[in-house]
Structure formats: structure tokens, C-alpha cells
Design a protein around this ligand. Structure first.
Ligand code: PEP
Ligand code: MN
Length: 338
């Protein structure tokens, strides 16, 4: 349920509603918009919520039942777009922001070189995995803390903030020491202890859609992070599993406008994992931006043929630069910048 206050409702009236929510055993969640204040009611309580008790209170305009299971993530609770600061810009604002870098951090030289290249091409942030979720336990698992240190050095050189994956709760404090944005990978989208742990940090979270998860599952996972008090959540469509085998995954372009309608959180697309073949990455990136994505996360490698992971889907820096130019044109065509 949400309680929508009248424009100009006073502090006392808002406080009275919040206290009543608490008195009924629920948690009030306040959203102060430019025009109106909204009080979301979340949680479980033996006391049933009675709309009439609230709609008759001073300063209340109306009460709306929200039937979707995610609350804090929904547009009902927070109609205005959430803007997440990133390197002096804002994810979720008019400008489409691009995060780029290799799948894995492979060496100090590799990450510094590619950081400089993606920066030059117009990237806003640097990606790179130090802890890698690999299908096979025999595949390269990442350099761990050493990888994080190399990422930090690349950030020092280029000024690009770091986006890197955290795979389990025990790693959260360590990854927080180095990263600007904590990535929750597709395979961990429903690792609820991990979602609770990153929700208790104030780091920005990039939450990737699980490969067999619905849009609603993704929003429920975002709800875990938000309900722990961390409001800086960005969502990412990265392709889902279908019967199609011509590409690694199937990019669910539908998810972009659907998520934009259902949630106020920024929505990114990862064309690299979505299609899995570098020659199609640019097309999928263009489609994502045309469909309304707020940002992209793209794999770039100076020598994809030597990459330890995901070389087949990694763009060379010059191809990445060409992709950025194309994305700018599409962004302009849909009333945005890039
Ligand atoms: C990655 O970003 O390298 C990655 C492993 O992505 P996903 O979790 O979407 O598979
Ligand atoms: Mn990858």
C-alpha cells in the first residue's frame, strides 16, 4: 500500500501517517518528490492494513494498494527516475553511460592499457573481473586481491571508477576497499545472503539478471538490496537462456522498456554476454539504447584472441570506439546523449 499526501502536506501530517504505519507494525518508506510526498508501507504484521484508516487522515490525498510483490523498486513507491552518480555523471539521467573493459583482469599491464583505451573511446567507468564465476572449476578463476589492486592502479591512471564482481559474502569487505561499483553476476542474482550483504554497504550495486530469471525475479532481488537501505541499485539485462543456440544467450530487448515502466532504477544492457559473439555486439548495443537503456556494459580487450575468458565476445578497442560513435547517434535519435 502507498499513501499519497496532498501537495503541500505539512511535516506533522507526514509524521502522523508514518507513526500510524509503525503502530500497525509496518515500516514506512518516505519518498519526497518535487510535487508530492509518498509514504510506502512495507513489511508483514498481524494487523491488517485498512485503507480507510489512512485515507481519512489529515493531509492524505489517497491510498493506493500496490499488488506487485516488489515495493521499494516499484514506480508506485518512487515515480521519479533514480539517478545513480557515476564519475561526475548520473546513470538514469539523459546521458547514456558506457562501462567497458575486459571480462577478467589478467595482468597489471593489460588492465592499465585497456583502461586507457576505453577512456579514450568515451567510457565512463572501467569493468574487469578479479573474482570470476566460471562454469568449470578448472577454468581461470581470477586474480583475486591482486586483480583488485591492478584495477585500483588503472583507476589512478585514468580516473575511471571500477566496476567489479563480488561473488560471496566473505569477499564483500575486501571488494568494497577497491571497487566503486559492486557487480552481482547473473549466477548470483538470487544469492539472497549476498544481496543482503551488499545492501548493507553504501556502494553502488550493478545487479545482473539471472540467465533463467524473470523480470519480476530481478526486481525482487533488487528489493533485497533496497530493503537493506542501499538505494544505489542499477539493473542489467544480459541475455537469457532460450532454445536458440546460434548465439550464447538471447537478448531480451523487451525487458528494457518493461523494466523502465515498472521501476525507477536505472536499466543497463550488457550486449557482450547477451549475444556472445563480438561481431553482433554493436547491433545489440544500438538496439538496447533505442529501446531505452540508460547505460551499457561492454567487454573490451586489446588482444581478444589471447583473453583468458570471453575473448570471443570482446571488442577490440577500435571496434569499441566505432560502437560508441554508433551508440551516440542512436542516443541522439531517441532524444538522449551518449
Ligand atoms: C561478466 O560480467 O563477466 C559476467 C560473468 O557476467 P554474467 O554474470 O552476466 O554472466
Ligand atoms: Mn565475461
Amino acid at each position: 500500500m502507498i499513501v499519497i499526501m496532498k501537495p503541500g502536506a505539512g511535516v506533522q501530517q507526514i509524521t502522523d501517517v508514518m507513526n500510524r504505519v509503525r503502530g500497525d507494525g509496518y515500516a514506512p518508506h518516505l519518498t519526497e518528490g518535487e510535487q508530492q510526498t509518498i509514504i510506502g508501507v512495507v513489511g508483514e504484521s498481524p494487523t491488517p492494513l485498512r485503507e480507510d484508516n489512512y485515507s481519512s487522515m489529515d493531509g492524505v490525498e489517497r491510498v493506493v494498494r500496490v499488488s506487485v510483490p516488489y515495493k521499494l523498486a516499484s514506480r508506485h513507491f518512487n515515480p521519479a527516475d533514480t539517478l545513480v552518480p557515476l564519475n561526475g555523471s548520473q546513470m538514469g539521467g539523459n546521458k547514456v553511460l558506457i562501462i567497458a573493459g575486459p571480462c577478467s583482469v589478467e595482468s597489471r599491464e593489460q588492465i592499465i592499457e585497456v583502461a586507457e583505451q576505453v577512456k579514450e573511446a568515451g567510457a565512463t567507468a572501467l569493468r574487469g573481473g578479479a573474482f570470476k564465476p566460471r562454469t568449470s572449476p578448472y577454468s581461470f578463476q581470477g586474480f583475486g586481491e591482486k586483480g583488485l589492486q591492478w584495477l585500483a592502479e588503472a583507476r589512478e591512471r585514468t580516473g575511471l571508477p571500477i566496476v567489479t564482481e563480488v561473488m560471496d559474502t566473505a569477499q564483500v569487505p575486501l571488494v568494497c576497499q577497491y571497487a566503486d561499483v559492486l557487480q552481482i553476476g547473473a549466477r548470483n542474482m538470487q544469492n539472497f545472503s549476498l544481496l543482503n550483504a551488499v545492501g548493507q554497504t553504501q556502494h553502488t550495486i550493478l545487479l545482473k539478471r539471472g540467465m533463467s530469471s524473470t523480470v519480476e525475479d530481478l526486481l525482487m532481488s533488487a528489493e533485497y538490496v533496497l530493503s537493506n537501505g542501499n538505494k544505489r541499485v542499477m539493473l542489467c539485462e544480459r541475455g537469457i537462456r532460450t532454445f536458440e543456440r546460434a548465439t550464447r544467450n538471447t537478448f531480451d530487448v523487451n525487458a528494457i522498456p518493461v523494466l523502465k515502466a515498472l521501476t525507477h532504477l536505472p536499466v543497463l544492457a550488457d550486449p557482450s554476454h547477451a549475444v556472445g559473439l563480438w561481431e553482433y555486439v554493436e547491433s545489440i548495443a544500438r538496439a538496447a539504447v533505442a529501446a531505452g537503456a540508460d547505460g551499457l556494459i561492454v567487454e573490451v580487450h586489446s588482444k581478444p584472441e589471447e583473453a583468458v575468458s570471453d575473448g570471443r565476445q570482446s571488442l577490440k578497442p577500435d571496434r569499441f570506439k566505432a560502437m560508441v560513435d554508433q551508440v551516440k547517434r542512436v542516443a541522439n535519435a531517441v532524444g538522449r546523449t551518449a
